[in-house]
Design a protein around this ligand. Structure first.
Ligand code: MN
Length: 258
């Protein structure tokens, strides 16, 4: 049952999915606020838009990460996708995925859309953003690299069960559109990834503009916007914590092999 967070309580909403709800304008949303609230402590806060529509990911968007992977700094952004049911909520234990011996973490700013279209100009792009969250683009790095060498799609390396953990969303109506803030990830208490949203090569409006040239975007779509440097391997039992200042945090664990 979807709901919205109001301080320490969750207010239920009378719509089947959050995607339906966020597609409404803010005035129309109020009509779907149930009088029933429940204490937050009785809930696991799930990923923001369930079921979400599409998950798009930006291939390369922080200079230091492009350098650590040995790629071309000047290339324009490109996109790949994960499936909507690959989202995992905050607190999830993610089974170590099959076929890989090199599962990597990539902490990313998540953008969730409340509307969309084709060919959205950059100066109108933020009008389509519902809110922001923190996510991890889990990657079977060995399979991704093998696919790259063979000039095959990245799908086997990027798109697998549980590969898109995502925090609860913060609506833009509450936090605005953050263009700066530390983005970080630690494993078992040791910091591994660190960057700042100011280092994004392609900004959120530019990403929406570029992506909307190749596909029609819509409410419920989620965009993972690329990762800063420091990506590294994960093992069963690892505890991951990550966050973006001003947006939130996300904690997940890696479990035994699936
Ligand atoms: Mn990524």
């Amino acid at each position: 049952m979807p709901g919205i967070l109001e301080g320490d309580v969750v207010r239920r909403i009378t719509m089947p999915t959050l995607a339906d709800y966020i597609a409404l304008d803010s005035t129309a949303r109020v009509a779907h606020h149930s009088p029933h609230t429940l204490d937050r402590e009785h809930f696991t806060l799930c990923a923001p838009v369930t079921p979400s529509r599409n998950i798009f990911c930006v291939g390369r968007n922080y200079l230091e990460h492009i350098r650590e992977m040995g790629n071309d700094e000047r290339a324009p952004p490109f996109f790949f996708a994960k499936h909507a049911d690959m989202i995992e909520p905050d607190g999830a234990t993610i089974p170590y995925p099959p076929l890989t011996k090199d599962l990597h973490h990539e902490v990313e700013l998540i953008v969730a859309l409340k509307s969309g279209g084709l060919n959205i100009p950059a100066d109108k792009a933020l009008d389509h953003v519902y809110g922001y969250g923190v996510g991890i683009d889990l990657t079977r790095r060995d399979l991704q690299q093998a696919a790259r060498k063979k000039e095959r799609p990245w799908e086997i390396g990027k798109s697998f069960d549980h590969s898109a953990p995502c925090s609860a969303l913060q609506p833009a109506s509450k936090i605005g559109h953050p263009a700066k803030g530390k983005i970080w990830l630690s494993v078992n208490g040791t910091e591994r990834q660190k960057g700042d949203l100011t280092e994004l090569i392609w900004s959120v409006p530019e990403i929406i503009w570029q992506l909307s040239q190749q596909v029609t975007l819509g409410a419920g779509d989620i965009i993972m916007t690329g990762t800063p440097a420091g990506v590294a391997a994960l093992s069963p039992g690892d505890k991951i914590e990550c966050g973006i200042d001003g947006i939130g945090t996300l904690k997940v664990s890696i479990g035994k092999p699936a």
